[in-house]
Design a protein around this ligand. Sequence first.
Ligand code: SF4
Length: 435
Amino acid sequence: MSPYKRDWHAGIATPRGEGSYSSPEVGHPSGSRGYDVDSANSQNSSSTMNGITGTVSPTFPLPISIYVVKIASRCNLNCDYCYMYNLGDGTWKNQPKRMSNVTITKLINKINNHITRHNQNNIVIIFHGGEPLLAGRECIRFFVTEMRQGIINDCSIAFRLQTNGVLLTPEMIDFLRGLEIGIGISLDGPKYVHDRSRRDHAGNGSHDRVVSGIKNAMAVNDRAFFNGVLSVIDVQTDPIEMFAYFRSLGVGSVDFLLPDITWDTAPASMLVQDRAIYADWLIKMFDTWLDEGDATFSIRLFEILMNRILGGDAKIDALGGGTNNVVVVETDGSLEPVDVLKACGEGITKTNVNVENNEIDDIFESELVRRYVGGAEFLCEKCSYCEVKGVCGGGYLPHRFRSENGFDNESVYCRDLEKLIRHIKARLVAELQKR
Ligand code: SF4
């Protein structure tokens, strides 16, 4: 099939879906990331095939339309790369194990105040953890029921839940579908790949349990409920083997995530001049995917890059650019910027803003929140002159961190991002010339 049978603009320039806000693709492992952000509320501009011609500074406070709600702060897995527990931030230990009904009620009240203030008509709630299913059915049912009953202004709410998949029994799936909560599941690949990193607290791999959960989710044949998986890239694997594995699994989409490293934690082997090992891996994956040409199988990172290269403004916080109207709510009601920033150091996401005492807009008192939400406004000098900045956006904010100078850097994946973007652009140009 011609790659042009793919609809590169559909579904990804708009709020979510794993493509639209009605069924957002969410995050990462036991935390999660890759939040699609609301283009309707974004305030940046981008131009055609090569980059941004100018950006408009956002005016704070911006409306928040995605709430990543940590209803559980613990996890039944202990993945070695998890930014929640294993990359240097120990603040989870001070959090209640699950969000209380009192905190849920206060959060809903504050969200309603925010909807009124910003005249919003749609928001997304992403249940998150840790492993959110550890919060228990009563907690989840209470949250959804109270929120649907209490929401004001006829604002529509989409509920999503990011899970490691271990607890996805058929009964749990019935429960979630009954509440109209869509799900995303984390799976890194075949058993020998997945189980390298994604093990439980006893050291046992989780692959077989996760695949069982995926099969249970696929059995209901409802793509609005479940369509695809999130997968952290392991460059030790063969991308073509990985592609074949996910295709054989039968899922409708895969979102490949770059590991959460900073300039402080990047392995020396990765920083060798002229090496771009993630680009090399992703380019093989991209070419395999494009050449296969099955428009029903989505790889979100590639679709968003193609959209931007062709002049679209598809939004995702895992690349820079635009604005990111996302806030994280911890189990004690604390409001924070994106949770992956925990990989940058102990307590870095803490803001002293809480639904107990504050309104949602108070989160913008935090400089880090303004930098994360403001996106394109905060590029380092190198990025501001870069030819591909309109597509790359400077990369994901946590990947720019260096303890010497904070976030005033290009992405630690800069060479990879530039090489990948240039390759995809060259392929698109070649395909267009064939037409
Ligand atoms: S991170 Fe690198 S590729 Fe991306 S905009 Fe900055 S300089 Fe360009």
